[in-house]
Design a protein around this ligand. Structure first.
Ligand code: NAD
Ligand code: ZN
Length: 342
């Protein structure tokens, strides 16, 4: 089968022929239909320090996908050939304290699909049945292909109640952008989002942000005043990984404000912890998605009409993957899809 493989320890990815994965009795084999390119895949493409330390070569990469189940192991009774499914990108151990308690997203021994084990940028992927999410009927394949990052957005955006609350999102990358319709649906009042990139700020407006600003051109504190907010944001969603953005968020939270933090800083970062203490802030780190409460909510949100399609800005055939990665690296994209059906 064709697959995008990190086959050399240098910049780039290569389309290669590799064997179709074999399945065990508890596994499911999926014929991949559409995939999404994640920032992680770009790190692997660029072969940065993190990728060099993390990715064993050769490795078929990719973890955002939708496909059709074509074969199931003899122990699998819940899934059937023909089902449209995506996969949770973290394969957990099942035996640690958190896993046994049903808190699988907190497993300390998780393996990443397309990072530590073969990925989804391929014609077929095999996964344990415990990693499969069957889609509700009527969903678009493009939206289904990005359930993984949509899940990051849902898990982060719904970490704290937002009904009637004012929400600050720092970073209008694909995940920050998807948070807008989610918190809108969940009843937020003002949704303010920041980014340095005008293309992404425009997308944020399309997705329903109250105000979308470049923080180097307009101060978040000023926006608060214009909106008549007296005490600061109730909920903050950090989606940039930028220290400057995080510092500005902390400055603009109300007393008792809650911050959910998904953005990954490139290195350890300093903040004024006195602000966290005296303003009595709660900061929650978020990794991945909840298995499978987040997935349940995603399907229900899509069914209820929450529309994340404006975040999908580019689509290419998989053989044109270089164009997809170039678009991602330009920064002027939302989600970029690769189509494996043609
Ligand atoms: P992305 O890199 O596409 O988006 C980040 C955005 O932040 C960019 O648009 C960038 O212009 C913007 N930004 C940079 N500096 C800023 C500043 N000072 N103020 C405001 N915005 C600024 O990433 P994404 O795919 O949307 O993911 C969002 C973040 O979440 C990234 O840091 C990513 O590494 C991280 N992530 C974490 C998890 C997890 O499980 N914790 C999973 C996926 C992604
Ligand atoms: Zn575990």
């Amino acid at each position: 089968m064709r697959a995008l493989v990190k086959s050399r320890a240098e910049r780039g990815l290569w389309l290669e022929d590799i064997p179709v994965p074999e399945i065990g009795i508890n596994d499911v084999l999926i014929r991949v239909r559409k995939t999404g390119i994640c920032g992680t895949d770009v790190h692997i493409y660029q072969w940065d320090e993190w990728a060099q330390q993390t990715i064993p070569v050769p490795m078929a990469i990719g973890h955002e996908f939708v496909g059709e189940i074509v074969e199931v192991g003899s122990n699998v009774s819940d899934f059937h050939p023909g089902d449209l499914a995506s996969g949770e990108g973290h394969v957990v151990c099942g035996r640690c304290r958190n896993c046994l308690a049903g808190r699988r997203h907190l497993c300390a021994h998780t393996l990443g699909v397309g990072v530590n084990r073969p990925g989804a940028f391929a014609e077929y992927i095999a996964l344990p049945m415990t990693n499969i999410w069957r889609h509700h009927s009527g969903i678009s394949e493009e939206v289904a292909a990005i359930f993984d990052p949509f899940g990051n957005a849902v898990h982060t955006a719904l970490s704290f109640p937002v009904l009637g609350e004012d929400v600050l999102i720092t970073g209008a990358g694909p995940i920050g952008l998807m948070c807008i319709p989610i918190v809108r649906h969940a009843g937020a009042r003002h949704v303010v989002i920041t980014d340095l990139n005008p293309f992404r700020l425009d997308l944020a407006r399309k997705l329903g942000a109250t105000v979308a600003i470049n923080p180097t051109e307009a101060a978040v504190a000023e926006v608060q005043k214009q909106l008549g907010m007296l005490e600061g944001f109730d909920v903050g969603l950090e989606m940039s990984g930028s220290r400057l953005a995080f510092v500005e968020m902390i400055e603009n939270m109300c007393h008792g404000g809650k911050i959910a933090m998904l953005g990954i800083p490139a290195k350890p970062m300093e903040i004024d912890w006195r602000k966290v203490i005296f303003n009595m802030l709660t900061i929650k780190g978020i990794y991945g998605r909840e298995m499978y409460e987040t997935w349940y909510k995603m399907s229900v949100l899509v069914g209820a009409g929450v529309d994340i399609t404006p975040v999908i800005t580019h689509s290419y055939n998989y053989s044109d993957f270089e164009k997809g990665f170039e678009a991602m690296m330009s920064g002027n994209t939302g989600k970029v899809i690769l189509d494996w059906t043609r």
